[in-house]
Design a protein around this ligand. Sequence first.
Ligand code: IMP
Length: 430
Amino acid sequence: MACVIIVGTQWGDEGKGKIVDLLTERADAVVRYQGGNNAGHTVMFGNKTFVTHLIPSGILSKTTSILGNGVVIDLAELIKEIEELEQLGITVDNHLHISDRAQLVMPWHKTFDRLGEEQKGKNKIGTTGRGIGPAYKDKIGRSGIRVGDLLDLEHFRCRLEELVVENNLLLEHLYKSSEKPFSIEQIFAEFTTFLKKLKPYICDSTLLINKLIEQDKNILFEGAQGTFLDVDHGTYPFVTSSNTLAGGACAGAGIGPTRITDVLGIVKAYTTRVGSGPFPTELFDEDGDLLRSEGQEFGATTGRPRRCGWFDALLVRQAVRLNGVTGMAIMKLDVLDKFETLKIAVGYRLSDGELSENLPRSLENITPVYEEMPGWNCKTAGITDYKKLPLEMLAYLKRLSELVGAEVSIISTGPKREESIDLNPNNLWN
Ligand code: IMP
């Protein structure tokens, strides 16, 4: 039995989808435990690229795929994703399970996400606009509707009547919007149609997951976003609204911490970020442009160009601590193929001139202190034999590992599943 958490160690987009897809071969189930369709997990399926937003990427291998209670679900988008999979010849029947405790993303959540960002103006978070923050706000404020509420339509209608009145008041008075008010009839009709399609998949996911654990099955917990988008430990307020850390898997899937056997930290060989917020090693020069073009750094969900910068060892060391990382998958090393020199942030010069090797509370007004290493300056994309990796790359990997305090277990040299070197294939699954 193994319960392995896959967690992003930076600001998301580290390549979790590819690693989940790679490891799914030996997994019996894949579970999403937080976030919603703000995520975009890119997987190469044959020669086609597929991006899953809600459904765990394990579905492409027809592995049991579970949306846990900690996820916020936009049912229209979920149905769209199911239909897109069906067009690829992948049916989700018998494989997909949706928690009856997961929260619904309602129409007002999406509207308020957009209007809230507009009101914030230059201080906006740069959200994905999927209604994630408002949905979690209502969950914590006990004004949310859960998937299971739909199973009793009379009860669902009562909740709707109450909440539509409240949210129309917010629309008019708080957001001062002249948009059409939310309609009980329209929403009720839409959600009744969603229920018809999704009812077979709704279940008590916590019971399902714990039964799989009792049967000694191998389970992957697929984190979304990354450590520094975590609502407690990220660059607040420029974060998402859930606990993206490995610890979030326990509450978001309903399992005890003693069940977790490994935490695999997914680490991009450089750093990227989408949306607003501090980013100490961000590059505004041609090196940044080269990282963006070589790494095709454009958001999988919104298409926005990602901000790019050098590897930040302080960030990843903190992520190793926060998540209890037991091994790392280093992603997109081939993107660095054209660089003569590589830089790694090993310290921060704070605004008062002090040098820090640990993360301060705020990452604003910081000057990174860099260490330089020679690049390998040759093509490594697609190499699958460890012995064929250039010595400079091995030295870079060794240095990253020393600086962040975790072992490298997987090296990724391209987007395809097979473009990977698994240094300890039996380690995770015992
Ligand atoms: P929200 O999750 O849509 O509320 O957005 C909050 C912040 O998290 C914004 O900076 C987004 O760009 C960022 N974010 C949300 N989901 C992802 C993701 O899957 N990858 C990278 N950034 C994300």
